[in-house]
Ligand binder design. Structure first.
Ligand code: TRP
Length: 447
């Protein structure tokens, strides 16, 4: 076997992993989930989920990836030959297809807004006008599809070129820039008239709002946002060098990812209250509130263009990571070329995301389990499959794989701190599985 490609630099390791983690999940999904599920209460539970479940499960994925140096399915075949653990890889492929199906729709919206920003079409309007325009746009049949297809083509160009080089370089530059921009918008948002009300909604936990459903959704959001539970991080960590400190990397990625989500909340909720919008608006929350914030800034077209450009890039680094899981699977298991595998996936996602897009407009009456197809894809993947994948991964590391292997990987062969390893391993073995099972059972009303 040839030497496996590695990420070139330490920054590259963090930037690509953060690149996969930071995406629409932080800036689009997190604020609307928080808005619909109790604001501050959701934030609190979310942070607990990141600390107690997210970091240990991420470490578990890193162990599997760096040890096996393979794609998701083969990783389990190598580490547990002759067992069925590689079925986790299949869950990952299914989850990636479902997530891509609706993620593309929102990526398409992002392109639409980038286009409008560049045409200086996001200035001089009232909050009500922005809302009406957004409604008309997402419910129309063809325009959203156009942007979806354009976004798919961009994905194809990157994927066909091969991932590492392009992605590592792109992430190194653009991820830090995204941070800077978010901080500028925070400052703008914090000086809005009703900023205090927004902040109190977002930071003040109302404990009466914490229900089993809120906890299930916060757990799903944590897995989604950290790109956990389906093997993306197994694949990425297979490119890590032996010197990478896995626990520290997991902590850094979790911290940066959570910071972006919190910053998004700090931008969006003051705007929601200041412009008389509704925090429980759902998936179009960000697209309705943000143009109002830009609108109030000098040279607003410049800021809004820059923001939607970076959001597009953040979405792109995430979709590429999602595609890569399924493409690697097709190449290895259906024995097709990279090109063919990529085309097949693009085609499947084109069809699925068309259906998801129409399910918000013309096909809104079609329901699966009482949800639109868009919501059903989101629910089934983020709320069910990802935590399920995380559960199985932590059971695999805690109970199936020899403890010594995890120890070697997590301490870089005893060069690093032992107590930290013990704590993480304990969380992977006992705490994470028990809590995930408990949240599932109570969320679905079984206990
Ligand atoms: N984490 C990304 C976001 O927040 C989405 C994503 C990329 C993802 N890869 C993933 C989610 C793998 C789950 C699993 O936008």
């Amino acid at each position: 076997m040839s030497e496996r490609v590695k990420f070139a630099t330490k920054l590259g390791v963090i930037a690509t992993t953060v690149g996969s983690a930071v995406g629409l999940g932080n800036i689009w999904r997190f604020p609307y989930e928080a808005g619909m599920n109790g604001g501050g209460a959701f934030l609190l539970i979310y942070i607990l989920c990141v600390l107690i479940l997210g970091i240990p499960v991420m470490c578990a994925e890193f162990v599997i990836g760096r040890r096996s140096k393979s794609d998701t399915v083969d990783a389990f075949r190598k580490l547990a030959p002759g067992s069925r653990w590689h079925y986790i890889g299949y869950i990952g492929v299914l989850a990636s297809v479902l997530i891509l199906g609706y993620y593309m729709v929102i990526s398409g919206w992002t392109l639409e807004y980038l286009f409008r920003a560049l045409c200086n079409d996001l200035t001089g309007k009232t909050a009500a006008e922005f809302k009406a325009e957004q409604n008309a746009f997402i419910q129309s049949d063809f325009r959203p599809l156009l942007w979806i297809f354009l976004f798919l083509i961009i994905n194809y160009l990157i994927l066909a070129k091969g991932v590492q080089k392009g992605i590592e370089k792109m992430s190194n530059i653009l991820m830090p820039l995204l941070f800077v921009i978010l901080i500028v918008f925070c400052i703008r948002s914090l000086t809005l008239p009703k900023a205090g009300e927004g902040l109190s909604f977002f930071f003040h936990p109302d404990f009466s709002k914490i229900t089993p459903q809120v906890i299930v959704r916060a757990m799903g959001q944590a897995f989604f946002s950290l790109s956990l539970g389906m093997g993306v991080l197994i694949t990425y960590s297979s490119y890590f060098s032996t010197k990478t400190h896995l626990i520290k990397t997991a902590g850094t990625v979790a911290l940066l990812d959570t910071t972006v989500s919190v910053l998004s909340g700090v931008i969006i909720f003051p705007a929601v209250f200041s412009y008389g919008l509704d925090p429980v608006a759902g998936p179009d929350l960000v697209f309705v509130t943000l143009p109002n914030v830009f609108n109030q800034m000098p040279v607003s077209a410049l800021w809004s263009s820059l923001f939607f450009l970076l959001l597009t890039v953040a979405a792109l680094t995430s979709t590429v990571s999602l595609f890569e899981v399924a493409i690697a699977f097709f190449i290895n298991h259906m024995h097709v070329s990279r090109k063919k595998a990529t085309w097949t996936m693009i085609l499947i996602i084109a069809i699925l995301s068309t259906i998801c897009s129409l399910s918000i407009g013309a096909w809104e009456h079609i329901r699966l389990f009482g949800k639109t197809i868009f919501d059903a894809c989101d629910y089934f993947s983020a709320i069910i499959l990802l935590p399920l994948g995380g559960l199985l991964i932590s059971i695999f590391i805690g109970w199936v794989l020899k403890r010594n292997i995890s120890r070697e990987e997590l301490t870089n062969r005893d060069k690093l701190h032992e107590p930290l390893f013990n704590a993480i391993f304990f969380s992977i073995k006992y705490i994470a599985p028990v809590i995930i099972i408990f949240i599932f059972l109570s969320g679905f009303g079984i206990i």
